[in-house]
Design a protein around this ligand. Structure first.
Ligand SMILES: NC(=O)c1ccc[n+]([C@@H]2O[C@H](COP(=O)([O-])OP(=O)(O)OC[C@H]3O[C@@H](n4cnc5c(N)ncnc54)[C@H](OP(=O)(O)O)[C@@H]3O)[C@@H](O)[C@H]2O)c1
Length: 220
């Protein structure tokens, strides 16, 4: 059992926090507004705790569940209070008109956030490709993640597995660019071809069993 901290008290804090509590970990919710943090913690689980905004979080894993536009500022405000933490960036840095990503060419939101980490902390991209309500609905969903630090990756992989998700490492933190593009693609899919927000991006690894067939043949 671990303590996992979440900065933010919104929809994703609720969805991820619910999974964390169900897995038997202690959830710490932190908001700029202590009353909002308390209300969200109470809604997540009886044993969930709250932390003071800007103070060192109780958990070694800290989930940054705030809008991308404010994420770097939050990390800057925390400064050395995040020393030694694994910071999970869940943000989707998407323009409000959905015309594209708001990140600089050749970079990602996660990389931009990592530039502002002054302390000995590591940024891991995860959760941005799972809709909150789908995450809350349960099931062994695929959880893509990207990071540079090997130890941070291993810790997040174990954490994701504990939430009954399937951790899928897509590479270094630069690969967050692809995960963030996937987040935008999912919104496009929901508003167009799928016509619903009730879906998850899951990968069928090893699903192709007969590559000798001209058309290819699938197990299902
Ligand atoms: N919703 C989804 O399905 C989904 C899926 C994948 C990824 N994401 C990403 O997850 C993140 C959170 O999304 P959400 O749906 O949970 O949003 P949300 O419900 O609007 O919650 C956002 C949270 O961020 C906090 N916040 C806002 N501005 C802040 C600031 N300047 N400083 C500190 N905290 C601030 C809010 O705090 P207050 O309570 O004090 O206002 C609130 O708790 C976003 O980056 C989003 O792109 C969302």
């Amino acid at each position: 059992m671990s303590t996992i901290s979440i900065i933010g008290s919104g929809k994703m804090a609720a969805a991820i926090g619910g999974r964390i509590a169900k897995a038997g970990h202690i959830v710490e919710v932190v908001s700029r507004d202590p009353a909002k943090a308390r209300a969200r913690a109470d809604q997540i689980a009886a044993g969930a705790i709250t932390g003071m905004y800007g103070a060192a979080p109780a958990g070694d894993i800290v989930i940054l569940a705030v809008p991308y536009a404010h994420a770097a500022a939050v990390v800057a405000e925390y400064g050395n209070a995040l020393d030694g933490k694994v910071i999970i960036d869940i943000t989707n840095p998407i323009a409000s008109d959905l015309s594209g990503l708001v990140t600089p060419d050749g970079s990602s939101g996660a990389q931009e956030i990592a530039k502002g980490v002054m302390s000995d902390a590591h940024v891991v991209k995860a959760f941005n490709t799972i809709f909150g309500h789908v995450l809350a609905g349960g099931g062994r969903l695929d959880a893509f993640f990207a990071a540079d630090d090997t130890d941070a990756k291993a810790r997040v992989s174990t954490f994701l597995e504990s939430l009954e998700l399937r951790p899928l490492d897509v590479g270094g933190l630069h690969m967050a660019q692809t995960l963030e593009a996937l987040g935008l693609m999912m919104i496009g899919l929901a508003k167009n071809g799928a016509g619903t927000w009730d879906f998850a991006m899951n990968v069928d690894i090893g699903g192709i069993t007969d590559t000798s067939s001209p058309a290819g043949s699938h197990r299902r």
